[in-house]
Design a protein around this ligand. Structure first.
Ligand code: ZN
Length: 315
């Protein structure tokens, strides 16, 4: 007898019998978190403590909700697994700092010269900070959209970026925002560094960083969140979890990790629940994830075509 297909789960719908707190979280969590971070930033735009405070506050809140009201029970991460992911996120954040410093060191002078020579010295520093912050956010996300799309379409870029490691986890929680191959941070940090250094952005770059940091945590979270309205501009976890699908056609959608606007404009937006996350049926070991720039794990089905053909042949 044929087994029936497993259900396709979408987490941008609320269960009919959802309690009042669940309804409140569903409708209000994402807009309130984003608004809180932006208000805190505009009140104290140069406060360096805002970054660690945002990281800590957002992840404690989302981690608690994932424990209390998970969208998928099976995606709950036991304490040992969670601590392992916190350790990986710490390495990722450190590598992000290293990459950012390196770009600042290598690119500040040439990009400043480009700005002068190409007549790009027009950044509106006198505009409201919030508007500037959104401009940086959208420009950075535009560059990341095309880089991320390239990672998924060109096998050589998939390999060089180590992006498959980020997709190889079978359970998604907010902390997975930092579950990347260390070398991928040199890709991830590049768009923000380019926009900041080329246009001489200054203060607004920090606001965009805070917004992106908050968004990337929310989009990986295992909590039921509304995608209507807010999901026209910002990526919601429903859209990003579809990008983490273990089905190739579904994973090749929703490349905007913080803003979904570019996917809607460039035809890569997708809207459906997913059955399963990851690169295939099984999650690779940590060593296999680290070796992904050199060897695609057996059973990987979402890698770009050329790698997929090689992996299929070796099975
Ligand atoms: Zn991806």
């Amino acid at each position: 007898m044929l087994e029936s297909n497993p259900p396709r789960i979408s987490i941008h719908t609320l269960e009919e019998a959802a309690s009042l707190p669940k309804r409140w979280v569903f409708w209000m969590l994402q807009p309130l978190l984003l608004a809180t971070v932006l208000v805190a930033w505009t009140a104290s735009p140069d406060n360096p403590l805002l970054y660690p405070m945002t990281l800590f506050g957002v992840h404690v809140l989302l981690g608690t909700l994932e424990y209390l009201i998970p969208a998928r029970q099976g995606w709950r991460q036991p304490l040992g697994e969670k601590l392992g992911l916190i350790g990986i996120a710490a390495v990722t954040l450190t590598m992000g700092g290293v990459a950012s410093d390196l770009y600042g060191h290598l690119l500040a002078e040439p990009l400043t010269n480009w700005r002068t020579n190409l007549g790009l010295d027009f950044w509106p520093h006198h505009w409201p900070l919030l508007v500037q912050g959104f401009m940086v956010f959208l420009m950075t996300e535009f560059i990341w959209y095309w880089m991320h799309r390239t990672e998924h379409r060109w096998s050589v870029v998939w390999r060089l970026s180590g992006h498959g490691a980020h997709h190889s986890f079978k359970k998604l929680n907010a902390i997975n925002f930092g579950a990347n191959h260390p070398i991928e941070l040199f890709w991830i940090v590049f768009p923000a560094a380019l926009v900041d250094l080329l246009f001489g952005v200054g203060a607004a770059a920090f606001g965009a960083l805070l917004l992106t940091t908050t968004q990337t945590a929310i989009v990986h979270s295992n909590i039921r969140l509304n995608a209507t309205g807010i999901g026209w501009f910002f990526t919601t976890n429903a859209w990003h979890i579809r990008h983490h699908s273990a089905t190739l056609e579904e994973s090749n959608t929703n490349y905007g990790c913080a803003a979904i606007l570019w996917d809607r404009m460039f035809g890569s937006f997708g809207n459906s629940g997913v059955i399963d996350a990851g690169i295939g049926l099984h999650e690779p070991t940590t060593l296999q994830k680290l070796l992904m720039p050199f060897r695609e794990p057996e059973g990987s089905v979402i890698a770009p075509a050329r790698i997929e053909a090689v992996v299929t042949r070796t099975r």
